[in-house]
Design a protein around this ligand. Structure first.
Ligand SMILES: [Cu+2]
Length: 501
């Protein structure tokens, strides 16, 4: 990043001082001497002047791959190509990074008679997919998906399942090699658990990896009854990661004016990640240079999800079966997960910014992309206009305010999203979104979320303080440090009711 536009842009930025709300500590962090890698070699990728690397136990650059600059590395057969074995900042002896599933809680446990005892309550729950849109779904312990079970390889677990549903159920521990009586596949291996009653599952966990629990009644699965069951390995996976994040992708069919899923549908109009739709999905916020693991799970009734991450290339390091041997890891930027499959991938967050992270199925990129009330309608338009002048696409007015195009009960107008002030308030109420561009919610819908890669000081500002941050402030500062600020235009308006005002 030795180009002069960056340097002059930064000076211009400092001179103007337009970003009072953002800490300018980075201005003081200008490196005073050239930074070398661990072997004293000159870096192939000079660091942006705003970066100081205080870490002694990990390097900046590994065989041509930089922790802080988009880069490939020198040798596709090497250990560090695309950051393959580049460690995170966390030391292996500190144990595995805690697993985090945004917008979901963890299930507490108590040690009893030599086992970690968990209590799961299967029940109907209310889940707010978007601000103000409370859907009646089925889940566990007041949550859909249910709370995360997190244990260590070698643990013995006891899970007491209470059935508060109006019908019988059973819970299956997906992927575990357990004694057949504990498998939860009613009625093959046990009797159904009647409403109001409970069943105790108990088994030793000798595996490690990405597992989950779910009802073993198909129609109950479509109502949302799933939750993570994460097992950390005895020996921390090499290389250690700083983040371990899980996202569950689901589809629902909830028609206008309804709050209950049509479990027989083949056309799904509501899409959730960890029980929320974009832009209410909570962004994954990480520090620049960290090693990040993301675990994906498709728990949709019938559809697959090609999950695409912008701005980074990741290594696929595991599936639902187990960790993949390093020799078989595959570099990708889009990972396809089919129903009931999970995938884990890892990457070094070496590219600062706010990045789209989303399912690439067009019908999943926003809610209501369905035949009966989809966004394909154009009021009073015919193809004649196009045919008269095929070189220039005629402008089409798409008035969101036209009541003929609005379906009562739908949170997103058929052309975009209609968002009330309360809606926007709730979207912006979270620390994780502070400093994003003013109209970012317009681009994050349905099965979408974002990955925010923030320099250490900006991460601190966003995630570790309660300071107010101007809309677009963090993004503008990233442009100033890493982009070409001369050509950057900030969002001048905030989206309201589907229109920029
Ligand atoms: Cu999808």
């Amino acid at each position: 990043m030795a180009d002069h536009s960056h340097q002059s842009g930064r000076r211009e930025f400092l001179k103007q001082g337009t970003l009072a709300a953002v800490a300018l500590s980075a201005g003081k962090a200008v490196a005073e001497e050239p930074i070398e890698n661990n072997n004293g070699q000159k870096l192939l990728h000079p660091l942006p002047t705003s970066i100081q690397h205080p870490y002694k136990h990990v390097g900046i650059e590994y065989d041509g791959f930089s922790r802080y600059v988009p880069s490939r590395g020198n040798d596709p057969d090497g250990n560090y190509y695309l950051g393959k074995l580049v460690p995170g900042f966390r030391k292996a002896e500190d144990g595995p990074a805690p697993f985090e599933a945004p917008d979901l809680k963890k299930l507490p446990w108590e040690m009893k008679n030599g086992a970690k005892e968990f209590h799961l309550v299967a029940q109907q729950v209310e889940r707010e997919f978007l601000p103000g849109y409370k859907m009646v779904v089925w889940g566990f312990n007041g949550s859909m998906p249910g709370p995360t079970i997190e244990v260590n390889q070698g643990d013995r677990v006891r899970i007491v399942v209470h059935n508060d549903l109006p019908e019988a159920t059973s819970v299956h521990w997906h992927g575990f090699e357990l004694p057949v009586q504990q498998d939860g596949a009613a009625t093959l291996t046990q009797n159904m658990i009647p409403p109001g009653q409970e069943f105790v599952y108990e088994f030793d966990v000798h595996e490690e990896g990405t597992f989950y629990y779910h009802t073993h009644v198909a129609m109950q699965e479509t109502m949302g009854m799933v939750g993570w069951f994460i097992v950390h390995p005895r020996k921390v996976f090499d290389p250690p990661v700083d983040r371990d994040i899980g996202l569950i992708f689901q589809n629902f069919a909830i028609l206008p004016n309804q709050v209950v899923n049509d479990s027989w549908s083949m056309d799904w109009n509501w899409h959730t990640i960890n029980g929320r739709s974009g832009p209410y999905t909570t962004p994954l916020v990480v520090r620049h240079g960290e090693r990040v693991r993301v675990r994906l799970l498709d728990f949709a009734p019938v559809q697959h999800h090609p999950i695409h991450l912008h701005g980074h290339t990741f290594w696929v390091t595991g599936h639902e079966g187990a960790r993949i041997p390093k020799s078989a890891w595959i570099p990708r930027n889009t990972e396809l997960i089919a129903v009931a499959q999970s995938s884990s991938f890892e990457f070094i967050a070496n590219n600062p910014g706010d990045w789209m992270f989303h399912c690439h199925m067009t019908h999943h990129m926003m809610n209501h992309m369905v035949q009966h009330v989809g966004p394909r309608m154009r009021d009073q338009q015919s193809v004649d206009e196009y045919l008269q002048n095929i070189d220039v696409r005629p402008e089409i007015s798409i008035p969101n305010t036209d009541s003929s195009l609005q379906t009562p009960g739908y949170p997103q107008g058929m052309k975009g999203m209609s968002m009330s002030e309360d809606f926007m308030k709730q979207i912006w109420s979270r620390r994780e979104v502070q400093g994003m561009r003013a109209n970012w919610p317009e681009s994050v819908k349905g099965l979408m979320t974002t990955l925010r890669v923030l320099p250490k000081d900006l991460y601190h500002k966003v995630m570790e303080t309660e300071e107010p941050i101007e809309k677009g402030g963090i993004f503008a500062e990233i442009v100033n440090r890493f982009g070409t600020p001369g050509s950057y235009k900030k969002a001048t308006m905030e989206m309201k009711r589907g229109k920029n005002e």
